[in-house]
Design a protein around this ligand. Structure first.
Ligand code: G3I
Length: 554
């Protein structure tokens, strides 16, 4: 028989807060018991009985859960089961998510456009500046009377979207918002954090400074003449696997779209209230953001169906979306919260707007989470029962899925789509809002399972975050990681994760090891459909790692 896989026992490879629910997943075999040993020793810290064998359809496995919630003593441990290699080591401790949270934010710094990364901040990943974006051409699809095709505008800063070097407003929307939401919910945690970025120590929390790098870019994507917002800033085709400074092709802003205007409006409305206390450091900026949000909203009202259509000469990412009812609802909700103007709440269409797990193309859930966060000061216009009900109902469904899953996670077969890792974390983010609203412990526990999933309790037995855990992606589809001639990838990035469509297999020299949804993952730089990184995937990792750190009872 083949030797058992070194990572046959699946466990969160970072670890757990002392008061958290704790599970490992063990392949079904002869064993009925397990122990938790002090890492690298035979000292038994906990003994337990494995749960019943259960089928996990997304991975075609029979597995048993190993529960060890009762073990709360700080330390470094491994799970041990007869006949199997010990699990990856993990830690139990009171600050166990500090490192992964900081790394997941620092990843944005590493993806900054238009600036050099200095060794003092970037260490081995220091690099020269790329993409100044001070001479960006208006593409024919974006031409307006004031800015005919070929007009040059300045649109510097921002983050590269992902493994590519383009900048997309739609995806910037949910990404930047989720970072701001993490700050709104857990300000004390972020005020105490030092990320060693150029702005550290400037009297603004580092997370907000990092978000500002992208917000400043986003503001340049609005046409001041009419309030419309360009959909993306892009090359005509993707760059090769080169460093930013080597990618010098012409850059364009492409088409104003309804989705871009609304995502921009939602984020600027959010940012104007988050930065309001920093008026002294950033004079005039909160008011400017608020006015920009309102101008974009008015443009969208006048252009309600301007969907993105990829021009014939452009082949980069689309982020196309032909249903913008959710974007309308989200922008209206944020404008309502920020301005207090009841007309925005009416425009949100709350009674018809459902709550769903958020993604770049479905932002309804963000509206409900923001309303829940601010519910105490919304006044009588907003329907409090409706807000609580939407979040609670969605959380109930996710918690039920978690109870029924052999891995004890909310993820189900259909959740293994492009960017599945972020599906797990956006589910967890919803559950954390459910927990904050209702205090139902099972929501907190199901959220924990989402983080456990991306950090190792998954069918491929690896942490999906670069540089974190015993076994993590070595070859993400990320141009700097490939081109920088450093063996280890840029740290702190969550890769997209398994999904069976394998849209990249024509571009890969090696096959995927499996076609099963939860195992269809390839740690190869060719695999943009399972192993790319992206700003919208890291954002819920920032949120969830902070939230569990802040909310888990001791
Ligand atoms: O939602 C459907 C699902 O119902 C269906 O079962 C499944 C079957 O494969 O498909 C799902 O839709 C997929 C969708 O992602 C899910 O969000 C589409 O097939 C898939 O093509 C789509 O992929 C998008 C991808 O771009 C290609 O357009 C990803 O969402 C999106 O995250 C990704 O974003 C790219 C940018 O365009 C460019 N920069 C890198 C970035 C990350 O890869």
């Amino acid at each position: 028989a083949a030797p058992p896989d070194a990572d046959a026992i699946k466990v969160n490879q970072v670890g757990f807060l002392p008061g958290a629910v704790k599970f490992a997943v063990v392949p079904d075999g002869q064993a009925r018991n397990f122990t938790i040993v002090r890492a690298g020793t035979d000292t038994v810290a906990h003994q337990g009985t494995l749960g019943p064998a259960t089928a996990h359809a997304p991975s075609g496995e029979q597995v048993r859960l190993a529960p060890f919630t009762a073990l709360a003593a700080p330390g470094r441990y491994q799970v041990r089961v007869a006949e199997l290699p010990d699990s990856a080591p993990f830690e139990i401790g009171p600050a166990v998510y500090g490192v992964v949270n900081a790394a997941s934010i620092k990843a944005y710094y590493f993806n900054r456009a238009s600036t050099a990364l200095a060794a003092t901040h970037a260490g081995a990943y220091a690099r020269p500046a790329g993409h100044p974006d001070t001479h960006v051409l208006v593409h024919a699809s974006a031409a307006s009377p004031g800015r005919p095709a070929g007009t040059a505008i300045a649109s510097p800063k921002g983050w590269y979207d992902a493994g590519d070097y383009n900048k997309y407003i739609v995806n910037s929307g949910i990404s930047t918002y989720t970072l701001l939401a993490a700050y709104e919910d857990f300000p004390a945690l972020f005020k105490a954090q030092d990320l060693n970025i150029p702005e550290s120590g400037n009297d603004i929390p580092d997370l907000l400074d990092e978000a500002l790098w992208n917000l400043e870019w986003m503001l340049t994507m609005q046409d001041p003449a009419d309030g419309g917002v360009y959909h993306k800033l892009t090359n005509l085709r993707f760059d090769g696997m080169v460093m930013p400074a080597q990618a010098t092709g012409p850059r364009y802003v492409v088409q104003k779209t309804t989705a871009a205007a609304l995502d921009f409006a939602a984020v600027m409305a959010t940012a104007s209230r988050v930065f309001a206390p920093y008026e002294r450091q950033l004079p005039g900026l909160p008011a400017r953001m608020r006015a920009a949000a309102q101008a974009a909203w008015r443009w969208a009202q006048a252009h309600p169906t301007d969907y993105y259509r990829q021009p014939a000469d452009v082949v980069t990412g689309e982020y196309g979306d032909k249903d913008v009812t959710d974007e309308f609802g989200w922008a209206a909700a944020e404008l309502f919260i920020t301005t207090g103007d009841a007309a925005y709440y009416q425009a949100m269409g709350a009674p018809a707007l459902q709550a769903t797990v958020p993604s770049w193309s479905d932002v309804r859930g963000l509206a409900w989470m923001s309303l829940a966060r601010h519910r105490q000061r919304l006044g009588t216009v907003a329907d409090q029962a409706l807000i609580a009900g939407r979040i609670d109902t969605l959380s109930q469904g996710l918690a039920a899925a978690s109870r029924q899953s052999a891995y004890g996670i909310p993820m189900q077969g259909a959740d293994y789509i492009w960017g599945s890792s972020a599906v797990a974390l956006n589910q967890a983010m919803v559950l954390l809002h459910g927990y904050r609203l209702t205090g139902k412990r099972e929501y907190l526990d199901a959220a924990q399972a989402g983080l456990d999933y991306v950090l190792g309790r998954n069918a491929v037995g690896m942490s999906f975050v670069t540089g974190i855990g015993k076994r993590s992606p070595q070859h993400p589809h990320h141009r700097p990681s490939e081109a920088d001639s450093i063996a280890a990838p840029v740290p702190g990035w969550l890769v997209g994760g398994p999904q069976p469509a394998q849209q990249d297999k024509k571009d890969c020299p090696v096959p995927y090891p499996s076609a099963l949804p939860a195992k269809s993952y390839l740690d190869h730089a060719c695999s943009y459909a399972s192993n790319e990184v992206a700003i919208n995937w890291n954002a819920p990792l920032v949120y969830v790692s902070a939230a569990l750190q802040a909310l888990t009872p001791a």
